[in-house]
Every structure is written in C-alpha cells, then in structure tokens.
Design a binder for this molecule. Structure first.
Ligand SMILES: Nc1nc2c(ncn2[C@@H]2O[C@H](COP(=O)(O)OP(=O)(O)OP(=O)(O)O)[C@@H](O)[C@H]2O)c(=O)[nH]1
Length: 291
C-alpha cells in the first residue's frame, strides 16, 4: 500500500532550528529523544551533520508503548552500531537516572579541562532535541526533578528555545520539536503521523489509520486478534481501508474521519497494547540511521 502524502513545516520550526544550531556551540552534551515505537522514523536526518563531534546520547522514550522484546532488539541494534541508547519513560521517570548519569559522565571532560586551567567546575549544559511530541519536555522535567516545561499530548507545544538553570549539576536547554523541511520518506512520515509526532494538519486521518492497520498487522501477527476483539471485526478483513469503512458504517454513521481518529487514538493511548511500528528486523533497519 502506498503512503498518504504528508508534508508539515510550521513557521516556528525554521527559526527554532537556526537558534538551536547557534546554541549548540554553548552545549556540552546533546540528548536526542526518539520515539521507541519508531526509532528510525523519529531520527532527524540532519542532526548528525549539525552536531559534528559533539557528545550525544539517545533517549529511547515511550518504552511503555513497546513490548519488551522490541525494546531489547532496539537496544542491541543501537549498541551494535556503537551508539549509546537509554530507554526512558518520560511520564513515570523510569530510566531517567541512568540517562542523567550518562549525560554527566559525558560532560565530565568539560570540568576536567576547567580544573586544569584553575577554574571552578560548572553545571553540565545539555540540550534536549527531537521530533515534536516525542516527550522532550517530559524528560527535561524528569531530569531536573521539577515541572519546569509544559508537556502535553499534542505536537508543537514547545515553541521557543529556553535554558532551564536550577543551580544543580545540570543546565538544560528545552527546544521545540524539529522536523526536516521536506519529508521525502513518506513511509517514515506516515509513522510519525500515526504516533502523533507531527501535526494533524499534515495528514488525512482515514488514510493514516488505514495504513496503520495494514502496517501493524504486517509487523505483529498477534495484532489481527487484538483488532478483531476491540472493533468486533470478523476474521479476514482484507485491507485497512476496508476496515476503517466498516467501523465508520457500524459506529459512526459512515463518518470515516471519526472512525479513523478512534483507531489512531486507541493506538496512541496504548489501548491496543504496546506495539512497536518498527523493529530492527524490518527491512528499513538494515540501511542504518540516516546521518
Ligand atoms: N506513554 C508515554 N507518554 C509519554 C512519555 N513521555 C512523554 N509522554 C507524553 O507524551 C506527550 C508529549 O510529551 P511532551 O514532553 O510534551 O513532548 P515534546 O517532545 O516536548 O513535544 P513538543 O513540545 O511538541 O515538541 C505528553 O502527554 C507526555 O505526558 C512516555 O515515556 N510514555
């Protein structure tokens, strides 16, 4: 099935990216936040170039939204590529201490250099970057142990770069979700839409929900039974498109958009269970992350 056409680039993002690139000079460590359901689709393709040799850690956030075997597979996959990755849950705080230790450890060389020059140690400066709605603000709050950034269940909440300095061992720069100006990989863009990691204005829910149903049944053989149980579908519904139509007819007086939103929201809220949309064994993983 071909992916629905998706394009999204809100006005504030271009400005945020140029400010972010400016601020990177002042930063010791970069925390790149990925959506554990789609670790490849949620990697920003240009970030590697902007960062150069800057120390970086990956936070694989929303670990509660994927099954443990998928999580383990991704940890092994990233580790195998020499990329340190830290599974986190921005809502519960799980994994955040390990992430913080890794950040502080990476930043240690800054204070070692300062000490050599007879200067006093200072807080490590880190920036939290990633696509919209992946959980950057939630993680920032967890890392600082205080609710200082607004975190909400919709993309595009954080609009400006902002340093948060609480006088502890870590200063953090919160940044708006960044996305590339063009999304040439429409398969990846569709996954971002399914996971609510790009704005609703970018896509048609019916097409995205249909794609989700086709995709999730391909990746997880058990999804068929889960979907049948939740939506009362009989066995053998051939395509996601037919399934969305069927649900709309049965429950929403033929309103396809409402049926589609129901399916997408159920997935996003975890009501279909923890289901990763990408696994390292699926073909796209063999190419490795784009840099
Ligand atoms: N289930 C689950 N939800 C999470 C997790 N981390 C964050 N969230 C929720 O995801 C939503 C988005 O989180 P934010 O912290 O606002 O995301 P953001 O990346 O800062 O979003 P933008 O400001 O749009 O760039 C919020 O409702 C969070 O509570 C997680 O690990 N698991």
């Amino acid at each position: 099935m071909s992916s629905p056409a998706i394009q999204w680039y809100p006005g504030h993002i271009a400005k945020a990216i140029s400010q972010l690139r400016e601020q990177l000079q002042r930063v010791d460590v970069v925390i790149e936040v990925l959506d554990a359901r789609i670790p490849l689709a949620s990697r920003h393709p240009e970030l590697g170039q902007w960062l150069g040799e800057k120390p970086r850690v990956l936070a694989l956030n929303r670990v509660d939204c994927v099954d443990p075997s998928a999580l383990k597979a991704w940890q092994d996959w990233f580790t195998g590529q020499g990329i340190p990755v830290y599974p986190t849950n921005g809502q519960s705080g799980e994994g955040v201490n390990r992430l913080k230790q890794a950040i502080l450890q990476l930043g240690q060389s800054v204070n070692a250099r300062r000490q050599q020059r007879g200067m006093r140690p200072r807080a490590i400066r880190a920036v939290v970057v990633g696509f919209p709605n992946v959980g950057k603000s939630a993680l920032l709050n967890r890392l600082l142990g205080r609710r200082v950034a607004e975190s909400a269940a919709r993309p595009g909440v954080t609009r400006q770069l902002r340093w948060v300095r609480l006088g502890g061992d870590l200063d953090l720069l919160d940044s708006p979700g960044i996305i590339p100006p063009l999304l040439p990989d429409q398969e990846a863009a569709t996954k971002l839409a399914i996971c609510d990691d790009i704005g609703e204005a970018a896509y048609t829910p019916e097409l995205v929900a249909a794609h989700f149903l086709d995709h999730v049944r391909m990746v997880h053989p058990q999804a068929e039974a889960i979907l049948q149980k939740r939506y009362g579908w009989s066995a053998g519904i051939p395509t996601g498109e037919v399934a969305v139509h069927e649900l709309a007819e049965r429950h929403y007086q033929g309103d396809l958009e409402r049926a589609a939103r129901q399916i997408l929201n159920d997935y996003r809220k975890g009501l279909l269970g923890p289901l990763a949309l990408e696994l390292p064994s699926t073909p796209q993983a063999t190419a490795g992350p784009q840099e």
